[in-house]
Write a protein of this length. Structure first.
Length: 116
């Protein structure tokens, strides 16, 4: 992201209004957070597609609906297929349990159905 609030990302998806408001209200904090994300992404050997799937897995493990939506969109933008994304969700079954996995799968499907 850049320093000013925008209504959509480079991939054309809309950003949540709460995120945009935070960016506008706390520009220094937002820039620091954005820089931290850039630094952590570049700190290791993982390629962008693998990083996207890992971040999606973390969001699934935390059972954070907004983050699952966001990281599903990011995984698609990184070149992940719907099958790869759904596989990440299925892997959560034995760790989180079937009902939690199904909840996360529904969040992923929210994004995948809109992505076509």
């Amino acid at each position: 992201m850049n320093k000013s609030a925008k209504s959509s990302k480079r991939d054309g998806t809309k950003l949540p209004s709460r995120y945009l408001q935070f960016q506008k209200s706390y520009p220094l904090v937002f820039r620091a957070y954005d820089m931290l994300g850039t630094a952590t992404a570049g700190a290791g050997p993982l390629d962008p597609k693998t990083r996207a799937l890992v971040k999606l897995g973390i969001a699934i493990g935390g059972q954070m609906e907004g983050a699952v939506h966001s990281h599903t969109r990011r995984a698609l933008a990184a070149g992940c297929t719907a099958a790869e994304i759904r596989h990440v969700v299925l892997l959560a079954t034995t760790t989180l349990g079937f009902p939690s996995m199904m909840k996360c799968l529904s969040w992923v499907d929210d994004v995948l159905k809109d992505a076509g």
